[in-house]
Write a protein that binds this ligand. Structure first.
Ligand SMILES: C[S@@+](CC[C@H](N)C(=O)[O-])C[C@H]1O[C@@H](n2cnc3c(N)ncnc32)[C@H](O)[C@@H]1O
Length: 197
């Protein structure tokens, strides 16, 4: 699901560039783009932006300031490239989840790595998250980056452990409300959940 050579892909109504070592996007990305409900001028932060597609969709749906971050430097390059190609003003930066960025927004989105496995190479963080460290980091910091009445959304898939996701959310006193669901290749089911604080 990452490419060795740069390529062009079509998804969610876009033709966009995919650089080597970046997750090219699939049913999860498409579902997230579809369910994104943005009120005009709302500020959005897309964590783990990859090619930038969710951030781009947010901007095109009327978001005000859009921040897109990723730990993988190739993803940062890729999201910058795609926003430039579409002539969209998106602030793309490298950060480990929220990093040191001191910002509050109306909507936070994260399509995270789903599986508890060690990433041996940098691009593998698209899929593997040993002991769900990145997920826990996200849950532990998401609230303080939301404005009053802000909302946060997280994607998941049945090839990850959905019961475990709910259990980790509960450790932080959150529950998860399903707002999107789609079956993809090999009958894997993809979800988007809203975090209920
Ligand atoms: C499943 S991909 C989703 C990419 C893109 N948002 C999409 O939907 O196509 C997960 C993304 O999270 C990024 N990621 C993984 N661990 C991260 C971390 N600790 N901090 C920030 N981004 C991370 C990966 O580099 C990857 O781009």
């Amino acid at each position: 699901m990452v490419t060795r050579k740069p390529c062009i892909k079509k998804l969610a109504g876009f033709e966009y560039s995919v650089l080597p070592n970046v997750y090219k996007g699939s049913t999860d990305t498409e579902l997230f783009c579809k369910i994104l409900d943005i009120r005009k001028g709302q500020d959005v932060w897309d964590i783990g932006t990859g090619t930038g597609l969710i951030a781009i969709t947010a901007k095109l749906k009327g978001a005000g300031c859009v921040l897109a971050t990723d730990l993988n430097p190739d993803a940062v390059k890729n999201a910058k490239k795609n926003s430039r190609l579409l002539r969209l003003k998106i602030d793309v930066r490298q950060a480990d989840v929220f990093g040191e960025i001191n910002k509050k927004v109306d909507i936070i989105t994260f399509n995270p790595p789903f599986t508890n496995q060690k990433a041996k190479q940098k691009h593998e963080i698209s899929f593997w998250d040993k002991d769900h460290k990145t997920l826990r980091n996200f849950f532990s910091n998401v609230r303080k980056h939301l404005k009053p009445n802000g909302r946060a959304f997280i994607a998941w898939s049945s090839f990850g452990d959905t019961r475990k996701l709910r259990k980790i959310a509960k450790e932080f006193d959150y529950s998860l409300k399903e707002v999107g669901k789609k079956t993809g290749k090999r009958d894997f089911v993809y979800y988007v959940f809203e975090i209920v604080f």
